[in-house]
Design a protein around this ligand. Structure first.
Ligand SMILES: C[S@@+](CC[C@H](N)C(=O)[O-])C[C@H]1O[C@@H](n2cnc3c(N)ncnc32)[C@H](O)[C@@H]1O
Length: 387
């Protein structure tokens, strides 16, 4: 098949490691030497021969990015990135902004760190907290798990591990990888410089990704309980990268577990009560999904400006006129729970009109009864779902 690109891309993104110019491939050197200008961070530009025409990115970079590149319209431009430009790097940003790019990667800090530790790709979880909250790491914590953390500070990481009962984990700092001053040290004792990858061998309590015990959540009783939560999630059927609206989020458990299933999953929790909305944020941070977006407001009005979901869970607000209709109009998969007669009527009408599945779910748990053990029922829930 012929190459659809008729001419070479205007932007070549060259990955450069801490070993600088000497570590670049012949092709990467050629791209740098033939560029009209090379853009990069001052630290990276300092690696280049002095006769190369360079320009340092302004700081902050993102607001100025398009303007700077527009100045070189029609010229061959080279952009420097550290390691693999598509690993938490500028190549991803450029691609997402619609630039046509050619990427010449160097060894990533992740690859170098695994090489030093003897960890295979398959057994290593990589969590990037570059420009994000360190709480993201909490989602990945599991006994014996090997994790590499990109970005963040050793102080934040130590605090997170200690708070989550993972203070006995091995924490290693891998600093200035591939440079002459490379250093690998105990992260509990050593304060590393800025070019550092963190490695964890986890030692702490296990927490499932979904079906968390109710006690894992801070709540005021407004919580979709574990067994109901899992049946709802099975019908919401998250797939990597999908977006959920958790309408009437309560403690936030459905959106949180949706997000925990895969790091690219996204969720918006919609909650009318401001103190509950704050609680959702706290639960999301504690349970390792700080990117969960919380919107405080009432349905259906608040739904209007939100990005289109792939699935919607309605745990509250079902009897508000127009709420269910607004959710259905998105075309998303919908799962709705009701416990009152009024909500049940809304769900029965939806079933009659749209089909789908209607369930009544009762859960009874064995609990002490006098000197014996008896079944203790929780409130029966009516669940309607439409795929
Ligand atoms: C924005 S990410 C970019 C990763 C980069 N694209 C790569 O492939 O290595 C930056 C993370 O990598 C770390 N890092 C980059 N180069 C490094 C090196 N030579 N040694 C240790 N850590 C490095 C940074 O400290 C940070 O945690």
């Amino acid at each position: 098949m012929a190459d659809v690109r008729e001419k070479s891309p205007r932007l070549t993104v060259v990955g450069i490691g801490a070993d600088g110019w000497s570590g670049l491939s012949a092709k990467a050197c050629e791209a740098v030497l033939h560029a009209h200008v090379v853009l990069g961070a001052p630290r990276q530009l300092a690696y280049l021969p002095s006769d190369v025409r360079t320009r340092a990115w302004p700081s902050p970079l993102l607001p100025a990015l398009d303007e700077v590149l527009a100045e070189y319209e029609g010229h061959q431009v080279c952009v420097l990135a550290s390691g693999d430009p598509l690993l938490s790097g500028i190549a991803t940003t450029l691609r997402d902004r619609g630039y046509e790019i050619d990427v010449l990667p160097a060894l990533s800090s992740e690859t170098l760190a695994r090489a030093r530790l003897g960890w295979s790709f398959e057994e290593t979880e990589v969590v990037t907290v570059v420009g994000r909250a360190v709480d993201r790491v909490a989602r990945a914590l599991a006994p014996n798990r090997k994790i590499l953390v990109l970005g963040g500070s050793v102080t934040d990481l130590r605090a997170l591990l200690t708070e989550r009962g993972y203070g006995k984990s091995t924490l290693t700092t891998l600093e200035n990888l591939a440079a002459e001053n490379e250093r690998i040290a105990d992260g509990w004792a050593h304060e590393p410089g800025p070019l550092t990858v963190f490695a964890l061998v986890c030692d702490g309590p296990r927490l499932p990704l979904i079906g968390l015990p109710d006690s894992a959540y801070e709540h005021d009783g407004q919580l979709t309980k574990r067994d109901l939560r899992v049946t709802a999630l099975s019908r919401l059927a998250p797939s990597p990268g999908e977006l959920l609206w958790d309408v009437g989020a309560g403690a936030g458990s459905i959106g949180i577990e949706w997000s925990r299933v895969h790091p690219r999953n996204r969720a918006v929790a919609i909650e009318r009560d401001p103190s509950r909305a704050e609680r959702v944020t706290r639960n999301a941070n504690t349970l390792g999904v700080p990117e969960l977006r919380v919107v405080t407001g009432a349905v259906p009005e608040v739904l209007a400006g939100l990005p289109r979901p792939d699935a919607v869970f309605i745990g509250g607000g079902l009897t508000v006129p127009g709420a269910l209709e607004a959710c259905l109009a998105t075309g998303a998969r919908v799962v709705a729970h009701g416990v009152t007669l009024e909500a049940e009527q809304v769900l029965a009408a939806a079933y009659a009109r749209h089909g789908g599945e209607l369930h009544r779910i009762s859960v009874e748990q064995a609990k002490p009864l006098g000197g014996f053990t008896g079944w203790t029922p929780s409130r029966t829930v009516t669940q309607w779902s439409r795929e």
